[in-house]
Design a protein around this ligand. Structure first.
Ligand code: HEM
Ligand SMILES: *[C@@H]1O[C@H](CO)[C@@H](O)[C@H](O)[C@H]1NC(C)=O
Ligand SMILES: *[C@@H]1O[C@H](CO)[C@@H](O)[C@H](O)[C@H]1NC(C)=O
Length: 593
């Protein structure tokens, strides 16, 4: 349809707003015809004007009563409500809009000290949880009672269609079955891929540092993962590491000639599409009213598709060619696309799947790398210890092997500790299909009742920072907690307190692998090369664009908020606002330990 999203939305909404007045009109007609004393004109006016709010209120009371009774019948209670007295919790929304500029990523939990609650915004209930036993029920044991649901699909659909990341039910199963085998085998070629791109990243870093400038490491990590992912997915590296990297904001006018090569356009379009999608996610159901004049997503999508579509067409053609030449034998599977094309030749399905994997695998890994470097810059002793482990295992120039990465215990602990405090996917959205029960706050408490068709927000990040689950030092960045007695005290008995990759049937595909964990390896490769080449990292706070350093009013706050120098934020994934500007000290190639 040619109309902008906002116009379509208002058209459908106005129909709904007519229901109230229509019912009121019917009531008035009946009164006029069958009652002796018709309503006064004031009564009529009142009924017509307030018909919609009255209808909404009746529906709400009806739903609440129904849920309350359903919960009681099952010996359960509804999670407690938080919110305010205004219709639709407008005060809360206003407050959120005000604090969102200077708010901290976990502030949404500051409104309640409970681990499970219902928040009602714009007349929609949403259950929020940071309780491991409930996540276990939701994601694993009672998996079939929940789905990603319309909300997630509406947001992601234009971007990844019905790809594995957004689909539900049989379609999801189909996608998962089609894609999974590719991840369960050992492919050394990925290491060549990682190493080539890590090497190029190191060269770019050195170049820029030698010019005397700091570098935005978050941008560099995003280029590294984009080039690695595109090569892995469709065998075509978009060369984002080859185009100009950004200078600090105070230089950008003179130096950052806006590059218009195709890789930069592709990277920009991907970023633009994600921003447009997040804008929509932020406003939930009412996002179309912010796109009255035009569709903010479409131009970016066109750009992205113009690069992907020819690649997909080529892969289909290659396969047909091969089958014709070799009489039915399968195409050799170097890339994920070659793997998929053996299951389907539907170009839209192939594109959706490729886009799903690009979305799922690229920013998450870049986020992990960025936050590790942020933490290393903030904790020099940990940086030193990690570098010592790397140099003693692989030396200052050797390429790490699979075994090297597996055996570097401190490296894995650093990665895990970063995934704990800054999980790249901090929140997860689900929807209940049917009325269900969740374990209560403690084993003795009543279970919670989750009504059918309820939106659920899982806050992994808030769970990862709970002191009652992780110990009194939960706010500290301390990789040793994955190595010393704290591991056995906290994590081993309750594995669901740590869910950076989700759990259950929808666990991350990049994490699920035989003897081979894609996401860890990719991040590890970059970090090993980085610490071989550089011996010191420090934040370049003066190069952060103004307003992207942690605001002064955070200082002294409880939790990690009081410790931040930068501003972590989340759209689909976590990132640092304004980037991660750092200075690094080049290592002496003869460095030994
Ligand atoms: C540090 C890196 C990564 C993190 C923290 C991460 C985290 C996650 C999480 C939390 C989910 C579940 C999302 C949800 O249920 O809504 C997920 C799903 C997924 N991830 Fe990852 N991921 C990472 C890297 C990767 C990589 C490298 C790939 C592939 C190349 C990948 C492929 C996928 C796919 C395909 C799914 C969807 C699975 C499904 O719905 O069945 N991820 N990931
Ligand atoms: C730095 O990284 C490059 C490329 O990954 C590697 O060849 C080199 O040996 C590393 N170490 C030093 C000290 O340059
Ligand atoms: C880090 O987490 C991964 C995945 O949960 C696990 O396989 C690994 O053993 C952990 N590493 C450490 C050092 O705890």
């Amino acid at each position: 349809m040619g109309f902008p999203p906002g116009v379509r939305f208002l058209a459908s909404l106005s129909l709904r707003f007519l229901i109230g007045p229509f019912i009121a009109y019917c009531i008035l007609t009946i009164c006029d015809n069958y009652l002796d004393s018709p309503l006064s004109s004031m009564g009529r006016g009142f009924l017509l004007v307030f018909s919609t709010p009255i209808l909404v209120a009746i529906l709400l009371v009806y739903k609440d009563t129904r849920n309350f009774l359903a919960a009681r019948a099952m010996g359960a209670t509804l999670p407690p409500y938080v919110g305010d007295w205004t219709p639709g919790s407008i005060l809360f929304l206003k407050q959120q809009a005000k604090t969102s500029k200077n708010g901290y990523i976990t502030d949404n939990f500051a409104i309640s000290n409970r681990n499970t609650f219902i928040i009602r915004i714009l007349f929609q209930n949403r259950i929020v949880t940071r309780e491991p036993e409930q996540m276990k029920t939701l994601l694993a044991t009672d998996f079939d009672r929940y789905e990603k649901g319309e909300e997630v699909r509406d947001i992601l659909q234009p971007f990844i269609g019905e790809g594995v990341f957004a689909a539900d039910g049989d379609l999801w199963k189909f996608h998962r079955t089609m894609t999974r085998p590719f991840f369960t085998r050992d492919r050394i070629s990925d290491f060549d891929n990682f190493d080539r791109h890590a090497t190029q990243a190191m060269e770019r870093l050195k170049e820029r540092f030698r010019q005397g400038y700091p570098v935005n490491l978050q941008d560099m990590a995003a280029r590294f993962t984009l080039d690695s992912a595109t090569e892995f997915l469709f065998g075509y590296d978009v060369h984002s590491l080859s185009s100009t990297i950004p200078y600090p904001y105070y230089e950008s006018q003179q130096l950052s000639a806006s590059s218009t090569d195709s890789s930069q356009r592709f990277a920009n379009a991907l970023a633009g599409a994600q921003i447009a999608i997040l804008q929509r996610a932020r406003f939930a159901d009412i996002w179309p009213i912010f796109e009255m004049k035009k569709d903010n997503l479409l131009p970016h999508l066109k750009e992205v598709h113009s690069l992907i579509d020819p690649i997909v067409r080529q892969a289909i053609q290659d396969k047909r060619q091969r089958v014709a030449n070799h009489g039915g034998s399968k195409v050799e599977e170097e890339t994920l696309l070659q793997h998929l094309v053996n299951s389907t030749e539907d170009p839209t399905m192939l594109r959706d799947e490729i886009m799903s994997l690009l979305l799922a695998g690229r920013d998450t890994t870049a986020s992990l790398i960025s936050f590790v470097v942020y933490m290393l810059a903030e904790h020099p002793p940990i940086m030193h210890r990690l570098r010592t482990e790397i140099l003693s295992r692989v030396g200052s120039s050797q390429r790490p092997s699979y075994e090297d990465i597996r055996d570097m215990k401190f490296l894995r602990a650093v990665l895990n500790e970063t995934l704990r405090l800054y999980p790249p996917v901090p929140y997860n959205l689900r929807m209940s299909k049917v009325g269900s029960l969740w374990p209560g706050a403690d084993p003795e408490a009543n279970p919670f009742y989750v009504p059918a068709k309820t939106r659920i927000l899982v806050s992994v990040i808030s769970m990862h920072r709970r002191k009652d689950l992780w110990g009194p030092d939960a706010d500290e960045f301390d990789p040793d907690r994955f190595l010393d007695e704290r591991l056995h005290k906290y994590l081993t008995p309750r594995p669901f307190i740590f869910l950076p990759f989700n759990a259950g049937p929808r666990i991350c595909l990049g994490q699920q692998a035989k003897l081979y964990i894609f996401a860890y390896n990719e991040a590890s490769f970059f970090l090993v090369r980085l610490l071989q080449n550089f011996s010191g990292i420090s934040l370049a706070l003066d190069a952060q664009p103004p307003e992207t350093c942690a605001p002064a009013l955070w200082a002294g706050s409880a939790g990690r908020k009081g410790k931040e120098k930068l501003r972590p934020r989340a759209h689909l994934t976590m990132y640092l606002e304004g980037g991660l500007w750092v200075n690094m000290k080049e290592a002496n190639p003869d460095d030994e330990v």
